[in-house]
Design a protein around this ligand. Structure first.
Ligand SMILES: NC(=O)c1ccc[n+]([C@@H]2O[C@H](COP(=O)([O-])OP(=O)(O)OC[C@H]3O[C@@H](n4cnc5c(N)ncnc54)[C@H](O)[C@@H]3O)[C@@H](O)[C@H]2O)c1
Length: 314
């Protein structure tokens, strides 16, 4: 990875939760490239260690740690191990998050025929399982709040530090079918604003980023077919110029939005790129089956804490 701009992070100790995943694995590598000592943490230790190993192989400083963002004891233990290995934490990226099939409706719209009775395999709004909603809210919201409680204490005491939360464009313009995820990410955005004010007297800066679409394990089977071409849902989401009002198609709106290319990353600002050329390139690269943000097509990996094998959208 080559970070397009350089910041000197040699004094920093960064914790990245969900660091074994696609986006946050990339962020962990970028932080290391800028000189930070990086604690790659994940529910899946193997994923965290794999990314940490790749960073070390490239000359960076990193170690993998097992950590469940929903378990305070696990977070405290991880914090103690990170302090022992690298020193007090000064940067936190709250990356663990995702959706769950049980927080997802089958169709984009409720149709009159859906009200006649249950249809096998169809989850309407009325069938959404509270447990699924709870899972998604907990993973994204509590999974941001709890690590912040644990990893920022040393920052607040030292009077310097930085937190980056991972929201989503869904927080601003909800996609159809995924009300739990959209609501949970809106909560993450709201919490970020609250926390930025709350921490303003102790020198800890708080921000969030709202990624658009990256091809990851969680959404690959929903956005692309086996041959790499876009599914109808992928087309709906990625093509802002298809006929019909975009908000009714479940796609992103036309405000400046982040749409990220697989392979090299990169941001599409639709204001600067009114012809959507980068989106077209993105579609082409998907069609050609080019890879995702990390080496080896990590969506091919087995297992997921967030339901990626079932084709979950983010
Ligand atoms: N991929 C996208 O298009 C997209 C878009 C917007 C926002 N996001 C957000 O970006 C973040 C990273 O997503 P990704 O697409 O790279 O997904 P990913 O599945 O590749 O990464 C998520 C990681 O979180 C880990 N994780 C899950 N539950 C955990 C827990 N309880 N404790 C610790 N770790 C846990 C998983 O093991 C996984 O490695 C998420 O917050 C996601 O919601 C993704």
């Amino acid at each position: 990875m080559t970070v397009p701009m350089k910041v000197d992070l040699r004094k920093e100790v960064a914790v990245v939760t969900g660091g074994g995943g696609i986006l946050c694995g990339g962020m962990a590598k970028a932080l290391a490239e800028c000189g930070a000592r990086v604690a790659v943490t994940d529910l899946r230790l193997d994923g965290a260690e794999k990314i940490a190993g790749q960073i070390q192989a490239g000359g960076g400083k990193a170690a993998g740690f097992a950590c469940n963002v929903l378990d305070k004891a696990s977070l405290e233990q991880c914090n103690a191990e990170v302090e022992k290995t690298f020193g007090p934490v000064t940067l936190l990226v709250n990356g663990a998050g995702g959706n769950h099939p049980k927080g997802t409706t089958t169709r984009e719209y409720l149709l009159p025929e859906d009200l006649k009775g249950a249809v096998e395999g169809v989850t309407t709004f009325y069938d959404l399982d509270p447990k699924g909603i709870e899972f998604v809210f907990n993973l994204n919201f509590l999974g941001t709040l709890l690590p912040t409680q644990v990893f920022t204490r040393a920052m607040a005491k030292a009077g310097r530090g930085c937190v980056v939360n991972i929201s989503s464009m869904n927080a601003f313009t909800p996609l159809t079918k995924i009300p739990a995820y959209s609501g949970a990410k809106a909560a993450v955005s709201n919490f970020t604003q609250w926390l930025a004010v709350h921490f303003s007297k102790v020198g800890v800066r708080v921000n969030a980023i709202a990624p658009g679409f990256f091809l990851t394990d969680q959404n690959r089977s929903l956005l692309t077919r086996e041959d790499g071409s876009l599914t109808p849902r992928g087309n709906t989401i990625l093509d802002p110029y298809a006929p019909g009002p975009v908000w009714q198609r479940g796609g992103l709106d036309r405000r400046p939005a982040l749409a990220v290319q697989p392979g090299g990353g990169g941001i599409c600002d639709r204001n600067r790129d009114p012809c959507g050329r980068r989106l077209q390139r993105l579609q082409r690269s998907l069609m050609e089956g080019r890879g995702g943000a990390a080496e080896g097509g990590p969506w091919q990996r087995e297992g997921s804490a967030t339901g990626r094998r079932k084709g979950v959208e983010t």
